[in-house]
Design a protein around this ligand. Sequence first.
Ligand code: PRT
Ligand code: MG
Length: 219
Amino acid sequence: MLTLALSKGRIFEETLPLLAAAGIEVTEDPEKTRKLILATNQPDVRVVLVRATDVPTYVQHGGADLGVAGKDVLIEHAAENEGAGGLYQPLDLQIAKCRMSVATRADFDYEAAVKQGSRIRVATKYVAVARQHFADKGVHVDLIKLYGSMELAPLTGLADAIVDLVSTGSTLKANKLVEVERIMDISSRLVVNQAALKLKRERIRSLIAAFSGAMSSNS
Ligand code: PRT
Ligand code: MG
């Protein structure tokens, strides 16, 4: 049995065409069932639905053989789990793309605050990335960990800036925030459990080959 961990929503949707290229069709719709384990047309392949941030945990500890997770999630997971040994990342799938950026209220002068060496209060879910980014710039920050709705922090005075994912930019715009700095491009990667890679070598290798074949035919 091969168990693949996916999160509902964009990662599930964008992984489907790659699975199809490997001859795998998920036979149930995650939006229409309450089941957390989904069967596929291949009797030896199943999909488990977990929270996006839980994908690396499932794969690292063998609850799933493989998974798909964003670079944002993988960096934070590695920082919280001392490098997350046992998680192999063979392929950037180039799906669920976005960028990680710093955003502020339009009336906050970020450049001036950075130049003056002021202490900046930054709210984010991505504490590891934010800490590294501001340390590299030599900017002093007070990091405030949030689990969602980061956009609210500068609007309520909780923080001067946020570090969040941006795709179309419409969420920032709707909340009258501006993107003041891009930190990094984000895409999702295939992650594989190290032990599964040894025990189920051929099955996993052919899956990786089918995924990368589907990607190169897309580009
Ligand atoms: O939603 P939930 O709390 O269950 O989990 P999650 O937010 O971690 O999952 P999900 O499915 O929303 O995101 C899974 C992965 O998709 C993330 O880890 C990213 O790698 C990737 N991804 C790609 C994104 C986006 N694009 C994205 N736009 N993840 C989140 N967003 C959010 C962003 O945080 C912001 O709130 O969408 C909003 C911005 O979008 P725009 O288009 O308005 O700029
Ligand atoms: Mg989300």
